[in-house]
Design a protein around this ligand. Sequence first.
Ligand code: GLN
Length: 514
Amino acid sequence: MSLIESTAAQLHRQLTSGNVTSVEVTQSFLDHIQQHDEHYSAFISLNVEAALAQAEDIDRRRASGKPVGALGGLPVAVKDVICTKGQTTTCGSKMLRDFVPPYDATVVCKLKQADGVLLGKTNMDEFAMGSSTENSAFGVTHNPWDRTCVPGGSSGGAAACVAARMAPLSVGTDTGGSIRQPAAFCGVTGMKPTYGRVSRFGLVAFASSLDQIGPIAQTAEDAALLLQALAGHDPNDSTSSSKPVPDFLRAINQPLVGLKIGVIREHFGEGLDDEVAAAVREAVHTYQALGATVSDISLPHNQYAIATYYVIAPSEASSNLARYDGVHYGFRANEAEILETLKQERDTATATNQEATGKELDSELIRMYQRTRSEGFGSEVQRRIMLGVYALSEGYASKYYLKALKVRRLIRQDFDKAFEKVDLIVGPTSPTPAYPIGDKIADPLSMYLGDLYTVSANLAGIAGISIPCGFSKTGLPIGLQLQAPAFEEERLLQAAHMFQQQTDWHTKRPSLKN
Ligand code: GLN
């Protein structure tokens, strides 16, 4: 098997036994990216020289018997919303197109310490807002299974690059489904860990109470390997948990005896594609055949999940994004143009408008803010900011934001109750497989409805994983979502691994067309 076709675990064994070098592995992925990515746009930037230098250093250490970290020289792609020192971190936005962070995010430090080779930064919806990667200022990412379709989002580049064998592992972020849904659309394995399992320090914030970093890989085993490197307490993130990190790789090989799974009644209702429903039911049968007991469960408040999420996430976003004002960071609208417009306005002003001149400085600044934010942010980000500012504004906050917080608690309580009866909850990751590029972009509401099954895990702060469980008649992958109580990532990975030992959906790869 060629290097790029191998799983991360296979490559890891080859690397540690000295059969291949990290330079060879890194170079094969870089070559593959350079050959194909112009047709997919999975990457925003590549790290060619630094990656090869890092790989060389790892090889040198291994050759001289010095210690090598747990990732052993495996290449890893990182979503472009995670800060990398000295390398642009654009968040898929014109606003930050030239932003070079002065520090590494905690997960990037951890990857480097574990000797993961940083391949490059992956494409995404602007500031992680979206479900299709069409909201990137750097072009749409194309689905490797069908180039005319979206790869999902917002971690579309991160999922597409693993599916297209441009990276064995990648790091994504999930605020309302952005790891799980693109993993489903691209036929790969993607996990949103429990809120607090992975440090968010150096992750550019979208909605701080929902954001979480997690692994995207070909298999549950590979996801376990990467999660091991990412997880753990970080004094720089007060929301990161100090719970000990289990040995995920060891856990996945333990049998899951007496597994009780719950199937969410409400997830098989209106809007669910027939082929997705059939594939998910088939997956449930596979678990039954493996000895799991299956029962129906109800999450009665799930019907409010989309509405709740689309109040809370934009509210937090409107506050987090206030810092992009043309002064602190990156993009600033053309000042000469602003001054020119102002000058023209003043020249045409009559003597009775003289008093306005006292406000000149002020208006220059306000104009600069306005133009910077209108030109620097794309339309979806502007829509979210408006939604958020509205939901938080005086007189409306109790009707929208505070109400949403209450419903959020009810959604969480539904999960608590369900987990008294079952160990895992299964259902579809997304109501449909990938759809054609352009299909939903003009209809935000239908795009938002696609997040129906994923946002509740973020609202509840629990863990979820998407694994491949079939294909549509047109050859597009279908994802199965497993959800577990907070800090039960081991159980999720075990159950996902168990499924992958029994099925071969996760081994299917698209053939790339140039
Ligand atoms: N699709 C959802 C949104 O647009 C989730 C995004 C995410 O998880 N980053 O907000």
